[in-house]
Design a protein around this ligand. Structure first.
Ligand code: NAD
Ligand code: GLY
Length: 360
C-alpha cells in the first residue's frame, strides 16, 4: 500500500492506494471517529462492493443510501435524499459519511457531508479510475444545475481517500478510458516527463497492466495533492487542473448530462484548448498531433458533437466558475507540461478556434 498526503495543515489527510484495501486492510475504520456511519453509493456499485464495506462496519450503527446511477442524477434533489436518510435515522453532527463510488457519488456525498448540520466528517472511497486520480482528492464537492455543470457546491475536504485499485477490475473500457483523460491531463499541465512516459506506456495502461497503472495513479494523485496543497481554494495554480474543462463542461451541459462521460468531454475540450493555444503561438503542429494521438490511442473522442455550434458553445461557456465579470476565461498550454493560468480569451480567437472544429 502507498500512502500520500494532502498537506492542508490541520485539515491534512492521507490518500491510500493499493490492492484489496477494502477487504483486507483496516484503513477505513481507522478514520471513523463516530458510532453512526452512513454509506452513500449507487445501484451499480452497491451489488459489487457495498457488502465488502459493510463487513468492516459491523461495530457501527450504519445507514445506507443507494442512489440511481448517472450524471443526470447529480442534482440537489438526490443530495436531499441523503439528508432525508440522515434525518430519519436522527444521525448527529459527528456521524461519518462514506462516499463509495465514482466522481458522481463522491461529489454528491461530499456536498451532503459539507451541508448536513453544517458539516460532518466524510471519507472518499473512489471506485472509478477518474475518481481515484482526480475527483476524490482536493475537496471539490457539488452538483449540476440544468444551466451549468457543477455550479452548486462547496470546498469540503475528506478525512481520508481510500483508492483500492482492485475495484477497477469491474470498470468497463469506456469508463476506464474516461479516467485516462484526467491522467493525461496531469502530464499536459504540469509534467512533461510524465507525458513522455504516458506516450511510451499507453498500451500498458490500456491493457491495465498493474505496475503501469499503479505508477500512473500514484503520479496523478501526487500532482493533484501538490497543487491542492498550494492553492486549496483555486485562486491560482489549481485552475490549471481545469485544462479543457470550460469546453468540456459546455459539451456536458449542452448535451444534457450523461451522453458524454466527463472524461470524454475533457478529452475533446483539451484538444480545443490545445488548438486555442496554437492560435496564441504557444503550441506547434507537432504538439497538437501528440495530444490528439494519445487521446485517439485511448479511444477517446477528439471532436465535439455536431449538435453543438460555435454560438451555442460560447453561450454555454459564459456560465463557468472561472469567469470573472461575465468574461469567458480558459486555461491554455504554454507548452506540453506547462499550463497557463486562466485568462480572458478574445472573442475572435475563441470563435476561430471553435469554428475550426465545425468545418467539414
Ligand atoms: P461516475 O461516478 O458516473 O462513474 C462512472 C460509471 O461507473 C457509473 O455508471 C458508475 O456506477 C460505474 N462504476 C463506478 N465504479 C465502478 C466499478 N468499480 N465497477 C463498475 N462500475 C463502476 O463517473 P466518474 O467518471 O467516476 O466521475 C465523473 C464525475 O466526477 C463528474 O460528475 C465530474 O464532474 C466529477 N469530477 C469531479 C472532480 C472534483 O474535483 N470533485 C474532478 C473530476 C471530475
Ligand atoms: N478537478 C479540478 C480540481 O479539483 O480542481
Amino acid at each position: 500500500m502507498k500512502q500520500l498526503k494532502v498537506d492542508l495543515g490541520k485539515r491534512s489527510y492521507p490518500i491510500y492506494i493499493g490492492e484489496n484495501l477494502l477487504a483486507e486492510s483496516d484503513v477505513l475504520v481507522q478514520h471513523i471517529k463516530s458510532k453512526q456511519v452512513v454509506v452513500v453509493t449507487n445501484a451499480t456499485i452497491a451489488p459489487l462492493y457495498l457488502e465488502t464495506v459493510l463487513n468492516k462496519l459491523t461495530a457501527y450503527q450504519v445507514a445506507t443510501v443507494i442512489l440511481p446511477d448517472g450524471e443526470q442524477y447529480k442534482t440537489l434533489e438526490h443530495v436531499t435524499t441523503i439528508f432525508t436518510a440522515l434525518l430519519e435515522k436522527k444521525f448527529s453532527r459527528n456521524a461519518t459519511l462514506i462516499a463509495l463510488g465514482g466522481g458522481v457519488i463522491g461529489d454528491m456525498g461530499g456536498f451532503a457531508a459539507a451541508c448536513y448540520q453544517r458539516g460532518i466528517p466524510f471519507i472518499q472511497i473512489p471506485t472509478t479510475l477518474l475518481a481515484q486520480v482526480d475527483s476524490s482528492v482536493g475537496g471539490k464537492t457539488g452538483v449540476n444545475h440544468a444551466l451549468g455543470k457543477n455550479m452548486i457546491g462547496a470546498f469540503y475536504q475528506p478525512q481520508a481517500v481510500i483508492a483500492d485499485t482492485t475495484v477497477l477490475d469491474t470498470l468497463d473500457d469506456r469508463q476506464f478510458a474516461a479516467g485516462l483523460a484526467e491522467v493525461i491531463k496531469y502530464g499536459l499541465i504540469a509534467d512533461v516527463e510524465f507525458f513522455d512516459w504516458l506516450e511510451l506506456n499507453i498500451e500498458k495502461l490500456i491493457a491495465r497492466e498493474k505496475d503501469a497503472l499503479a505508477f500512473a495513479i500514484e503520479k496523478s494523485c501526487a500532482t493533484k495533492a501538490r497543487i491542492v496543497a498550494e492553492d486549496e481554494f483555486e485562486s491560482g495554480v489549481r485552475a490549471t487542473l481545469n485544462l479543457g474543462h470550460t469546453f468540456g463542461h459546455a459539451i456536458e451541459t449542452g448535451t444534457g448530462y450523461g451522453e458524454y462521460l466527463h472524461g470524454e468531454a475533457v478529452a475533446i475540450g483539451t484538444c480545443q484548448a490545445a488548438e486555442l493555444s496554437k492560435r496564441l503561438g504557444w503550441l506547434n503542429d507537432e504538439d497538437i498531433e501528440r495530444i490528439i494521438k494519445i487521446f485517439e490511442q485511448v479511444k477517446l473522442p477528439v471532436k465535439p458533437p455536431k449538435t453543438l455550434s460555435t454560438e451555442r458553445y460560447i453561450e454555454l461557456m459564459s456560465v463557468d466558475k472561472k469567469n470573472i465579470d461575465g468574461a469567458i476565461r480558459v486555461i491554455g498550454l504554454e507548452k506540453i507540461g506547462a499550463a497557463s493560468l486562466p485568462f480572458n480569451v478574445k472573442r475572435e480567437v475563441l470563435e476561430q478556434t471553435l469554428n475550426s472544429f465545425f468545418e467539414i
